[in-house]
Design a protein around this ligand. Sequence first.
Ligand code: MTE
Ligand code: MO
Length: 362
Amino acid sequence: MWGKRDDMVVHEREPFNAEPPPGVLADAPITPVEAFYSRNHGPVPGTDRDSWRLAVAGLVDRPLSLSLSDLRRDFEPCTLAVTLQCAGNRRAGMAAVREIPGEDPWGDGATSTAEWTGVRLADVLAAARPTGRAAHVAFEAVDVSPLARPAQPYGASIPFAKASAPEVLLAWAMNGRPLPAAHGAPLRVVVPGYIGARSVKWVRRVVVRAEPSDNYFQAVAYRLLPPDADPDRAGPGDGLSLGPIALNSAILRPADGTSVPPGRTTVRGYALAGEHRRVARVDLSADGGASWRQAELDPAAGAYTWQLWHADVTLPPASDVELIARAWDDTGALQPESPRALWNPKGYANNSWPRATIHTSP
Ligand code: MTE
Ligand code: MO
């Protein structure tokens, strides 16, 4: 389905929501398209590359309407490796603390890395000459989610300062091939360092505004509500807006609940720092947190990607071993230990220490 591996963990078929099976993300720093997670709020729209136009409107002196060939011809192309991460990544760990009804229980795989090719949003915005009141940039798509109240196409926004940064792309290719339908063909936004929800797929309008987007997925959903709030009654502006992502990590191999022979085992995972930060260190414990060693950070594919890491551990025979990882960023900040303090009604932003219980044979 949608060009994905047969063994994807499919949370929903319609709309299509799927993550790669546990462990697969450890195989390569750039995720093959067939393993890349897919997160959709509505049906994947049919679009036509040749007739597609991108409008640039709002607080600009020179509104634009650009075809894909205009974008290629008028702006400098740019390829960047970027990790996308859904705000619901690792929700399953948060749902273990307290139920999260109505939201998919994503594991560690609602994140993936690709090489995106397109043009810099900053260059396109500059060509439209934003006015002095420009403070936010909204993106409007064409897919209509049954969840949005009132009915409206998907949308989001980011601050104008972020939209003007060189790493934010309007992308038409992923890993060197035209964008697949499920990933936003023919054109999507890629916002490194921000929750995946801001990387709007099938984008057809870029609107410069004085205020954030009032789209349902910006104003109501993707907000961090206090634990006692009823998410079904949340209105525009309730809770905290989610933008830049938090320092996070996962243990990918061996996967939680699996068995390995005793002796030396290589543990692998990923770590991803937030906006403008880098992963500085990853620690691993193979005894439930009693002792820690440092993992090796593999070379990153770029400044806007996760870092895969690995550490060799020696495991005793016939035991249940609790592996725990914890990542530090270059400001000295550490991931929070427990999902308990992070619990929120929509289950966003679980960045607590990942844990995996591994059985060893006799
Ligand atoms: N853009 C549109 N138009 N519609 C959507 O449902 N989902 C968002 C974002 N962009 C979405 C969208 C969310 S929540 C995430 S995490 C990313 O797309 C997922 O990107 P992917 O499906 O390419 O992995
Ligand atoms: Mo997401």
